[in-house]
Design a protein around this ligand. Sequence first.
Ligand code: IPM
Ligand code: MG
Length: 350
Amino acid sequence: MPEIAVLPGDGIGQEIVPEAVAVAQAVTRDRDFIWREYLIGGAAIDATGGALPPETLAACQAADAVLMGAIGGPKWDALPAPQRPELGALLPLRKQLALYANIRPVRMTPALIGASTLKPEVVRGVDLVVIRELTGGLYFGEKGRRSAPRAAYDTLVYTEEEIRRIVRLAFQWARARRWKLCSVDKANVLESSRFWREIAVDTAREFPDVELTHMYVDNAAMQLVRRPEQFDVVVTENMFGDILTDLASMLSGSIGMLATASMNGPKGLYEPAHGSAPDIAGQDAANPLAAILSAAMMLKYSFALTEESERIEKAVAAVLDSGWRTADLAEPGARIIGTREMGAKVREAL
Ligand code: IPM
Ligand code: MG
């Protein structure tokens, strides 16, 4: 029986994940999945002393997919960096599960066009996906401190194979979409970027039907807010992808809508792109839609349940079309509801 490890984590993670699980269970009623919850992040630090307990890691390794909420919060910010939820749990989990490809689709939901801070004519029709390399680059290179003079460093290293596999995956995504791939780098300055570009060009020979372009990351940031509809699939290194996807999330109306998949083959970790939002945690005020849409991605990409996945996406669109909003999406005249009610509305709309 396929097994899903459920990691609610901290803050609003505790509120949004149960809604995502309930929605996914509602569309998979006649199928058997084992859903089991495990501790991660601050919640795990409090209960066990470590942000990624061995039991959680083993369960995630054994599971077919992982559904996560969010981790971290002010309570654990003062811990030494390696013990904090981000560095102590999320990054090792990605690395241990070898989830090298982070898929972040950004689509403008027509009902939310007024919720974006950008002009409707700029964001109308946005439909792109950023494929972010997730287990290499600056996040995982050698890092450290030096004394006399005091200094700190992080290193950006990519092997040929790391670049090739992510670029290849991005080409495959482009083939399933509009045959356009934009590789984002900083080849005018960084040697690692020049190498990235070289490998991207070489890999393109396997995909002569896809149009490959290159863009410097600073220009890409500008183009994403200037004329976002020019992008189809974007592929980039870990840190550039982290920054560009927060920026791109605003093209979908709110970061509260952005679902992500971190994958290696069919195995995946699915989580909303937003954080644990400690300021609104425990108030039934969080937007569960990114978590719900992450569960939809899980059904599609880990279990090939495409129809079920699309039912969830349509239900979310229908609820938004009816004017229901969580506070983060509110426009004048919107009907504001809480986390639980939003989850219930999506289930009704299935
Ligand atoms: C993300 C997050 C993480 C990252 C943090 C929480 C470590 O910002 O998934 O984008 O930087 O990868
Ligand atoms: Mg980020």
